[in-house]
Design a protein around this ligand. Structure first.
Ligand code: ATR
Length: 277
């Protein structure tokens, strides 16, 4: 959609783009659902940063060429990385943190002045901080996690780090769960790891870390009929806010946690990592 010149001018004034403005991005496919541009704008405003974070719609087949080109953009500070690139972008970076290596995913990349790209993962820490902000404590809890992709791995590590006593993981592809456990077990031997199923009975906290729920035709990630009012159900999907899983959980009387706090809690961490402080 073309923006009228007047509206465009107003928008540019609001974010004050000039030749000195530093460029940041969020790379995703699809892109329309991302919230980081607006959220980072607020952080930059609060911090007095002359920067703008733009949406970058890049398909998996183009990610390598895109990443290479970023090295040459001298006013590029870094980017948020989301679906479906989090598990593939790590090998395209020059360096990643130990946490990102263990989790097997990257969701934030900084471009250093020499063009080197440095990746980290902040999903898990953001998710746990978001839970705690709403008074939900994972320590000592039995938790069922749906998913074993990039976000799920980060969340599993953060929940283990936060002191969960039992972590059951259910995923369409069970081999990914076994691979996750092989990485988790040596680091957190005190956490009981269980190959989960679609049955959420017996868990204090149930977390959806699959992408199921972004599209209205998606099946539920687990059997919501078996939920009860003693349980808390948390999402990582931000749009729609009330996913079919959360709606079903609410109908069962569960406490629900939306996806938004996870990003809200880590957006400041992301700005810090990209050097926008
Ligand atoms: P993210 O970075 O958001 O975690 P991802 O790494 O692509 O994205 O992981 C997506 C997750 O959603 C995976 O757990 C995936 O299951 P598989 O490992 O079996 O692919 C899950 N997922 C996506 N679409 C799904 C579907 N149609 N049915 C079941 N699970 C699905």
């Amino acid at each position: 959609m073309k923006m009228p010149v007047k509206a465009l001018k107003k928008e540019m004034q609001m974010i004050n783009v000039s030749g000195k403005t530093k460029l940041y991005g969020i790379v995703a496919d699809p892109i329309g659902q991302v919230k980081a541009p607006e959220m980072m704008r607020k952080v930059f405003e609060q911090r007095g940063i002359d920067g703008v974070l733009m949406p970058m719609h890049v398909a998996p087949k183009d990610l390598s060429a895109f990443t290479q080109a970023l090295r040459g953009i001298q006013n590029f500070g870094g980017m948020v990385v989301t679906v479906p690139h989090k598990t593939t972008i790590g090998v395209l970076c020059d360096e990643i943190t130990a946490a990102a290596r263990t989790v097997g995913a990257v969701n934030i990349v900084r471009r250093d002045p020499d063009g080197r790209l440095f990746g980290d993962i902040l999903d898990g820490r953001g998710f746990v901080a978001g839970l705690r902000l709403h008074g939900i404590e994972p320590k000592g809890k039995k938790i069922l996690l749906a998913g074993a992709g990039g976000a799920a791995n980060a969340i599993a590590f953060a929940l283990a780090e936060a002191g969960a006593t039992q972590l059951a993981v259910y995923n369409r592809s069970a081999d990914k769960v076994r691979a996750m456990f092989a990485r988790l077990a040596p680091v957190y031997p005190q956490v009981e790891l269980v190959l989960g199923t679609r049955d959420p009975r017996g868990y204090d906290l149930v977390v959806n870390a699959t992408s199921l729920g972004m599209a209205s035709a998606d099946p539920l990630p687990l059997d919501a009929n078996l939920l009860n009012a003693e349980q808390t159900v948390a999402e990582i999907i931000m749009a729609p806010a009330l996913t079919p899983l959360l709606a079903a959980a609410q109908a069962k009387g569960c406490r629900i946690q939306y996806g938004a706090p996870m990003l809200a809690s880590q957006i400041e961490l992301m700005a810090d990592f990209m050097g926008a402080k």
